[in-house]
Ligand binder design. Structure first.
Ligand code: IPD
Ligand code: CA
Ligand code: CA
Length: 258
């Protein structure tokens, strides 16, 4: 029932993304210079809400464009109607719908769907992770120096020690390939699928990572904050890896040489 609603909501959001892609849509800007929201973000969010409200009118919702819709419920849907809005707005087909569901504060289910690659990632707590219904696993790399990583940068520059550019520079100077796809949810799912060995980012919101972090964990990976402690999507830092390079990447993100 819950899974059915989750997948239906994900598909409904994705149909709106496809409908607007490469067409005419209104763009407005949120805080920062390059933090757009498009008509498609709102339309996808509306379509997702409609499915949830049909099936579960009393569930709590946290969604990027509408904020919190507070309900007295053990269930909380955490929604990013388009993760990768800049890609979407530029006609780059690397964006997705991302929806995670918490039950009593624990992430129990997540789905991330990129309709352009037709890739649906799904995980249920304790039941593994899948890509289009096939079980997926993280990679086997054991050293950061031999890894392929991915990261993202916030819309406003973070001027702090071991900030996004410092960590990026350190890895690049050592010749480590570090990709930047522009969708944290896809970054996480691609770690889960073994395409990347690790992902780190300095400033995410709950809707960026809610589904993806569960998908990585269920694919056998490890997800923590920058201290290496248990991950919460309600704080900004994330390190998600295959588990084997985790401690090394945590140390590097905190300033260690390698
Ligand atoms: C963004 C993407 C991007 C990440 C940003 C997010 P949005 O989400 O996930 O990869 O670097 O921090 O805000 O704005 O496209 O939903
Ligand atoms: Ca996002
Ligand atoms: Ca978004």
């Amino acid at each position: 029932m819950l899974k059915h609603a989750l997948l239906k909501a994900t598909e409904a959001g994705a149909a709106e993304i496809k409908r607007f892609f490469n067409g005419d849509f209104k763009i407005t800007n949120k805080e920062g210079i390059n933090n757009p929201v498009t008509e498609a973000d709102h339309a996808a969010e509306k379509a997702i809400f409609e499915v949830i409200r049909q099936e579960f009118p009393d569930h709590f919702i946290l969604s990027e464009e509408s904020g919190e819709i507070v309900m007295d419920s053990s269930y909380k849907w955490i929604i990013d109607p388009i993760d990768g809005t800049i890609n979407f707005a530029n006609g780059i087909p690397l964006c997705c719908v991302s929806i995670g569901i918490e039950y009593n504060g624990q992430m129990v289910m997540g789905a991330v769907y990129n309709p352009f690659l037709n890739e649906l990632f799904f995980a249920q707590h304790g039941f593994g992770a899948t890509l289009n219904d096939k079980i997926i696993h993280v990679s086997n790399k054991t050293e950061v120096i031999k890894s392929c990583l991915v990261t993202g940068f916030p819309y406003t520059y973070l001027d702090e020690p071991n900030g996004p550019l410092q960590v990026f520079e350190k890895l690049i100077r050592k010749g480590v390939p570090v990709r930047r796809l522009g969708s944290a949810a896809i970054d996480l799912c691609w770690v889960a699928a073994g395409r990347f060995d690790g992902f780190y980012e300095h400033k995410l919101n709950a809707w960026d990572s809610a589904a993806g972090f569960l998908i990585v964990e269920e694919a056998g990976g490890k997800v923590t904050d920058f201290k290496g402690d248990k991950y919460s999507p309600y704080q900004p830092h994330i390190i998600a890896t295959n588990g084997k390079i985790h401690d090394e990447l945590v140390a590097i993100v905190n300033g260690a040489e390698f």
